[in-house]
Design a protein around this ligand. Structure first.
Ligand SMILES: [Zn+2]
Length: 404
């Protein structure tokens, strides 16, 4: 076992997985590197690269440390403030709150838009922070699906490319965007798109081409408010010589391309006039808020459906969404020191954590390519604990009683 801490879970107390989430309240994970403003809209804003905290307890993500020569550590300046400003703009416009998830750690320490190995380079604090970030997104997703059945995820970034415009990323490559409309409306292109579910299921019954570069496309609406965007009606595709970001890990994981009813895209914003001053951030956030509202009302939910956020209390019991059948374990309580875990199938990578009720990790162990686990718990671990298991794509928490 790695890193055994002599610690007790809660003794004689009845801990609960239920947590009350209040729209507009800000929540932090246990190390406070992740900030989550809980919302009541069917909208998740993720700001993975705006953080500036760089503690020396986490090594820098250098090529040597990470064993990866292409590791990227550039900060998307002020995109954390932009995310908070957008929440304020939507509150003023609609009277509702956005689910806003912000990484406060500098990208030199962790990258929330990469898979965990490249994201954390193996550091345990960075790993915990990475899981907490994505767990908050998962909480927002569960809330939205429970209340609305569908929603929108936007991953908010900043680029330093020469052309001053927003780059909207639907996971379609620049060469796909330059292809014919026939291709873009084909199953091949639709299956690559981070708004895949929306294409076959939108209020105006419009096609993929309309959704990415028609009159009601997100980029077109932003261009109409004074923020040039690609793709859009005005600027349908990047040139082959242009730099262009088409989306990343978050759009893949949380968008509808692979699974689910939440459509996603990435916004890469230019700097000057957009996020370089507090006044410009507010102006841009106000425009983004108007366009997001119009985009949702045009394509995803009717104005009346969206306006339900004004009366949605948002109190939400997370435990309703937690029992997913990812694993079972025995015995419970544990009396001989041995814990047996049965996963619902074989997984490439499994991380087992035992935590106290504050989410502090008391024991953590990784396993590769297995379905059944059996291990001896440290003798000093006692009481009612949380057993949390992560696979590459999912996670689940259950209560566990240790009576060794
Ligand atoms: Zn970025």
């Amino acid at each position: 076992m790695k890193k055994i801490i002599v610690a007790f879970c809660i003794l004689f107390a009845n801990i609960s997985l239920a947590q009350t989430w209040v729209p507009g309240n800000t929540y932090y994970n246990s190390n406070t590197y992740v900030e989550y403003i809980f919302g009541n809209m069917p909208l998740i804003i993720s700001a993975p690269h705006g953080g500036t905290i760089a503690p020396s307890t986490i090594p820098d993500r250098t090529a040597t440390i990470c064993g990866n020569s292409s590791v990227t550590t550039v900060t998307d300046s002020n995109t954390d403030d932009l995310a908070r400003a957008l929440d304020t703009s939507l509150r003023n416009l609609l009277g509702c709150r956005t689910h806003t998830i912000i990484c406060r750690l500098d990208r030199i320490k962790v990258d929330m838009n990469r898979e965990i190995n490249e994201a954390t380079c193996g550091n345990a604090i960075a790993q915990t922070t990475w899981y907490n970030y994505h767990a908050y997104i998962d909480t927002a997703r569960k809330y939205i699906l429970a209340k609305y059945g569908r929603g929108l995820f936007i991953d908010l970034h900043g680029h330093g490319h020469t052309k001053q415009r927003l780059e909207i990323g639907y996971l379609l490559t620049d060469s796909e965007l330059r292809s014919s409309d026939t291709y873009l409306n084909s199953n091949s292109a639709v299956n690559n798109s981070s708004i895949k579910k929306l294409i076959g299921n939108n209020l105006g019954n419009v096609n993929h081409v309309e959704l990415i570069k028609g009159a009601t496309a997100f980029g077109t609406m932003m261009a109409n408010t004074g923020y040039p965007s690609v793709p859009s009606q005005q600027d349908p595709a990047p040139l082959s010589t242009d730099d262009y970001f088409n989306g990343g890990y978050n759009s893949q994981r949380w968008g509808s391309r692979d699974t689910g009813m939440i459509d996603a895209f990435q916004i890469e914003s230019n700097y000057t006039g957009v996020r370089n001053t507090t006044a410009n951030i507010k102006k841009f956030a106000d425009s983004l808020a108007k366009v997001i509202k119009k985009y949702i009302e045009t394509h995803i939910l009717t104005p009346a459906q969206l306006a339900q956020c004004q009366t949605t209390t948002g109190i939400f019991n997370l435990s309703q969404g937690l029992q997913k059948g990812l694993f079972s374990f025995y015995p419970n309580p544990i009396t001989s020191g041995f814990l047996n875990i049965q996963m619902n199938k074989n997984y490439q990578r499994i991380i087992v954590k035992i935590m106290d009720d504050k989410g502090s990790i008391l024991m953590q162990q990784s396993y590769l390519n297995t379905q059944q686990l059996r291990f001896l718990l440290p003798p000093n671990l006692k009481g009612l604990c949380l057993l949390e298991i992560h696979t590459d794509k999912d996670w689940e928490v259950q209560k566990i009683l240790i009576n060794n």
